[in-house]
Design a protein around this ligand. Structure first.
Ligand SMILES: Cc1cc2nc3c(=O)[nH]c(=O)nc-3n(C[C@H](O)[C@H](O)[C@H](O)COP(=O)(O)OP(=O)(O)OC[C@H]3O[C@@H](n4cnc5c(N)ncnc54)[C@H](O)[C@@H]3O)c2cc1C
Length: 367
């Protein structure tokens, strides 16, 4: 039986980075992945391909609406090529993760990992099982799209972000259910390419949980660019039996019927904690997420957890850049006064933090 000091289950950004660190520390490390590609949701069906599509959409919108001094003729989008480019970006990065695994001498084990009693982990692939032994296991199985009970995702008329990222055809109209970051990113991109987009959000604002001013500014900007934004409107049912989709939703003034060619379901994600053998080791789950204590320890000795299975996510435009400075400031216990006095290049996204720190000190400059 193969034996590891550390075995990581799941090769997303949580898992592959943990595996690299373990290998750098001289530990015999393996990583288990059930998908044919490494890199998890982020690289293959999340952060990377969506940003490639958004970046192309932004360029197309700039060309369409005009850039001073630039006249561009023939503005027909080829959305299939946009999707191809985004898949190519995802593939490139996924191959990069495979190269990092080789470089760090991390053994990649293909299949679905499941904890068994003692130190055993069973890896299943094509009906065959292989048992390996691991002194420590890091659970990094991530999350998957939440789908309303009874809704069939067919990848043609009814999609989640996963299918949308591979769909090369633009619908002429799209209902986006869910006004969170994922729904809004797709809404922006499809609208830029000419699809008539309606966003349906059950909370009183899009971007629930964000500050109201930001959400309202974004909502106004989306409506100015031709989208419909329905807040306080809750999805009730879907009829996809006809040529398009018909959604019944409950709005403030009662039931509304919404029709479109396609529906994109972007109503959140749920952690992949099922069928992982958690009970075999006594790994506790709390409200659908793995419970951890200090140092990412689960309730079972030798089992650790990281990433979306813990229920924490950072998402949204610029978040990935801005978070670095905030994390550094927290690590070195910087005060808002020190952050506000730090030189920031202008114009940059990062200077927003300096302004926010100055605002907290009552010394805001630009707002
Ligand atoms: C459309 C979209 C856009 C996003 N954009 C951003 C963004 O811009 N910025 C950002 O920070 N985040 C973004 N996210 C969130 C980000 O993708 C996740 O937070 C991140 O992928 C979580 O990493 P992870 O390692 O926990 O899990 P994942 O990336 O989900 O990886 C888990 C891996 O584990 C594998 N796996 C699961 N179960 C098993 C098993 N039993 N055995 C073997 N393998 C298994 C899965 O196949 C998967 O490869 C986005 C998400 C989506 C859906």
């Amino acid at each position: 039986m193969k034996s590891f000091d550390v075995l990581v289950i799941g090769s997303g950004p949580g898992g592959y980075i943990a595996a690299i660190r373990a290998a750098q520390l001289g530990l015999a490390t393996g990583i288990v992945e059930e998908e044919p590609v490494l890199g998890g949701v982020c690289l293959n069906w999340g952060c990377i391909p969506t940003k490639a599509i958004l970046s192309a959409a932004e360029t197309f919108a700039a060309v369409k609406h005009g850039v001073p001094g630039l006249v561009v003729e023939g503005q027909t989008p080829n959305y299939g090529q946009v999707i191809d480019a985004s898949r190519a970006a995802a593939d490139r990065l996924s191959r990069g993760v495979a190269a990092l695994m080789r470089k760090n001498k991390i053994e990649v084990l293909r299949g679905r990992g499941r904890l068994a009693p003692g130190k055993e982990v069973v890896i299943s692939r094509d009906g065959a099982n292989e048992s390996v032994e691991a002194r420590n296991v890091i659970l990094a199985t991530g999350s998957t799209e939440f789908v309303f009970p009874g809704v069939q995702v067919d990848g043609k008329k009814v999609l989640t972000s996963r299918e949308a990222l591979e769909s090369r055809e633009l619908p002429s109209s799209l209902l986006v259910i869910g006004g969170g970051a994922v729904g809004l990113e797709f809404a922006y991109a499809y609208n830029a390419y000419g699809t008539q987009v309606t966003i349906v959000e059950m909370q009183e604002q899009i971007l629930p949980g964000f500050d109201r001013e930001t959400a309202e500014a974004l909502s106004r900007s989306f409506q100015r660019s031709g989208m419909k934004v329905l807040t306080r409107t809750a999805f009730k049912s879907l009829d996809a039996s006809g040529a398009g989709v018909v959604v019944t939703a409950e709005g403030e003034k009662g039931a509304v019927e919404l029709r479109a060619d396609q529906l994109l379901l972007a109503v959140g994600r749920r952690a992949l904690v099922a069928d992982l053998g958690l009970e075999a080791r006594g790994v506790a789950v709390e409200r659908g997420y793995i419970k951890i204590g200090p140092d990412q320890r689960t309730t079972a000795p030798g089992v650790w957890a990281i990433g979306d299975i813990l229920g924490a996510q950072i998402i949204g435009y610029g978040a990935t850049e801005l978070i670095n400075e905030i994390a550094l400031a927290m690590t070195i216990e910087s005060t808002t006064a020190e952050l506000g006095e730090t030189s920031h290049a202008h114009p940059t996204l990062g200077e927003m933090l300096m302004q926010a720190a100055l605002a907290a000190e009552g010394r805001a400059l630009d707002f």
